[in-house]
Design a protein around this ligand. Structure first.
Ligand code: FES
Length: 104
């Protein structure tokens, strides 16, 4: 069942090419802006739980700040190394708020 919760205000969301670490219902969320489109990923890198929201954007990928694993911002599928994935949460803008469905 969808469980939409407020992640942040639209005005606070990351600008194009930036990522941000946030929390929704006690769960860490990495909010990324690739080409003007926001996407929300699980903040914990599957490698050693690095904080993806403290990383950076390269192309369409979020890069983990600890050992540079890369995950596609929209799908969560890893670009480097192959065969890994992080959860991607549905996201929508409602009025001035960015909402996320952390149940996915
Ligand atoms: S913890 Fe993310 S790449 Fe190692």
């Amino acid at each position: 069942m969808a469980d939409w919760v407020r992640l942040c205000g639209v005005a606070e969301a990351p600008k194009v090419g930036a990522v941000m670490e946030l929390e929704a219902n006690g769960r860490g969320v990495c909010l990324a802006n690739v080409g003007g489109e926001l996407s929300a990923l699980d903040n914990l890198c599957p490698h050693r739980q690095g904080p993806l929201g403290q990383g950076w954007i390269e192309g369409e990928a979020v890069v983990c700040p600890w050992h540079s694993w890369e995950f596609h911002a929209k799908t969560g599928v890893s670009i480097y190394p192959a065969g890994e994935r992080v959860a991607v949460f549905p996201i929508r803008v409602e009025g001035e708020d960015v909402l996320v469905d952390i149940e996915g």
